[in-house]
Write a protein that binds this ligand. Structure first.
Ligand code: HEM
Length: 455
């Protein structure tokens, strides 16, 4: 197929590395885009191993992923790199803790993410959908950066459900601090994921950095302010975590643990969901037939109102689009683990200390698992029971699966359905986004779409 035809047929993708790269070449590529470090081979083979500074294995086999994430999960804790990057901002919180310290925090936070609790948060999501829709209306006829719009929408949701009422909570300041933290860490993470030697600057620098200090101060101030107000009728995340108690030990969170976990939810929760929505809208603009079908579904169910939690089961095609976006552009494009003890995976030797990379981006485009994998086709998810549980891992799996998965999916469906019912999205010629892995899988330069009324 010539380049122009293939361009039309497939949405934005990154050419993967054709041959394994040495340390210097890897560095050069990683400066541009970490995705390009994933060997093309990983989309054809179950596992590719190599050595940059440490021994590493990229695993794209459902069978081996089940072992790493579930069956022998204790042998594959989160990598030292993950801790180095995220620790300075979010401490030893749920996302990075291990063993007993992880377990009790997970148990304590679980009620906040139980189905009933997540459903109760839906009105906040519908309100954010309304607000995003109103902003887009003022931009009708012009090109808008949809990624930036979606970050605003999902940040509104996470800050509202974290601190209802916003007392003592400087939303804009926290958002700015998180953005600069991600920008700073991203540069380091590229090197650290490669397992490069000690001369590479380490995040220790960040620990004392003003960004992290101010982020923590802002969150502490918000938590302290909370002590002075009456409890809310519908408890928010801060209420739920403050009241959270380990059912076994009856331990509650210290103020520092509370703060680290709240920051975790804000950092882990809003950017990932914004990316899901932004890529979904990009894909709808890429394929107007899919967009028209989605709009017909959303308009029939919603009429002029915003989607609510009661509508979710009547919006199956919108949900399929979200799943297909998560397949093609998984916000957590790659995660990593460090092997603790020798093991054998698919007949290959794993040594203690080896880095085990789980490249979800490549798994989701694996030729043995997905027919014509780079093609956008939401109908792949018409019958989810036909998809191998360990072939589609946007939220991970096993005990460390994303605690916010149903929160994110509910939010994404509510916002996408509301926006598609009211607006039409079209690609801007010459502004094709480039997927780039910077902690999360982001569109370099934004996602520019022209928005017009749908009625
Ligand atoms: C589309 C949106 C989201 C995606 C794609 C996503 C993805 C992920 C993935 C892949 C993991 C596992 C990482 C690993 O195994 O190394 C994870 C863990 C986690 N996520 Fe999410 N996430 C999303 C939304 C959220 C939301 C909305 C929240 C909270 C409000 C959240 C909070 C967390 C936490 C706390 C963990 C760590 C859980 C643990 O280790 O026990 N995420 N997420």
């Amino acid at each position: 197929m010539d380049q122009a035809a293939s361009k039309n047929r497939y949405p934005a993708r990154v050419p993967l590395a054709i041959k394994p790269l040495g340390v210097l070449a890897s560095l050069a590529v990683a400066r541009r885009n970490l995705l390009a470090l994933i060997p093309e081979l990983v989309t054809h083979q179950p596992m590719v191993s190599g050595r940059t500074a440490t021994r590493w294995h990229m695993v794209a086999s459902p069978e081996a992923l089940r072992i790493i994430l579930k069956d022998r999960v204790e042998n594959y804790p989160k990598s030292d790199v993950t801790k180095l990057i995220l620790g300075p901002a979010i401490g030893d919180s749920l996302f990075v803790a291990e063993g007993a310290h992880w377990r009790w925090q997970r148990r304590a936070a679980a009620p906040a993410f139980a189905p009933r609790a997540v459903e109760a948060l839906a009105p906040v999501m519908s309100a954010a959908a309304e607000a995003a829709s109103a902003r887009l209306r003022t931009a009708h006829g012009r090109a808008s950066d949809i990624h930036a719009e979606m970050v605003t929408a999902t940040y509104q949701v996470i800050s509202d459900v974290t601190f209802t009422g916003g007392e003592g909570f400087d939303r804009a300041a926290i958002h700015r601090a998180i953005d600069s933290y991600i920008a700073q860490t991203a540069k380091l993470s590229l090197f650290d994921i490669l397992g490069l030697p000690g001369w590479v600057p380490r995040p220790a620098r960040l620990r004392s950095g003003t960004v992290v200090r101010s982020l923590k101060q802002l969150a502490d101030a918000a938590i302290a302010a909370r002590g002075q107000v009456a409890p809310h009728a519908v408890p928010d995340l801060l209420d739920l975590l403050t009241g959270a108690e380990d059912p076994e030990t009856h331990r509650v969170m210290t103020p520092a643990e509370l703060r680290d976990n709240l920051l975790t939810f804000i950092v882990a929760g809003h950017e990932t969901t914004a990316l899901t929505l932004a890529w979904a809208l990009y894909l709808c603009a890429f394929d107007p037939v899919v967009q028209a079908r989605a709009r017909a579904e959303a308009q029939a169910v919603l009429g002029p109102r915003a989607a609510t939690v009661a509508d979710l089961s009547a919006l199956p095609y919108i949900r399929q689009i979200i799943d297909e976006s998560l397949r093609l552009y998984p916000p957590a494009g790659i995660v990593s683990r460090t092997a603790q003890a020798p093991d054998t995976l698919l007949g290959r030797e794993i040594r203690a200390g080896d880095t085990v990379l789980l490249p979800f981006y490549a798994l989701h485009r694996h030729h043995a698992l997905w027919p014509d994998p780079d093609r956008f086709d939401p109908d792949r998810f018409q019958d989810p029971s036909r998809i191998d549980r360990f072939a589609f891992l946007p939220f991970g799996a096993g005990p460390r699966i994303c605690i916010g998965a149903s929160f994110a999916l509910q939010e994404a469906v509510i916002i996408l359905a509301t926006l598609l019912a009211r607006h039409r999205f079209a690609a801007v010629p010459g502004r094709e986004p480039v997927p780039e892995l910077i902690l999360t899988l982001r569109p370099t330069g934004g996602i520019w779409l022209t928005v017009t009324p749908a009625f």
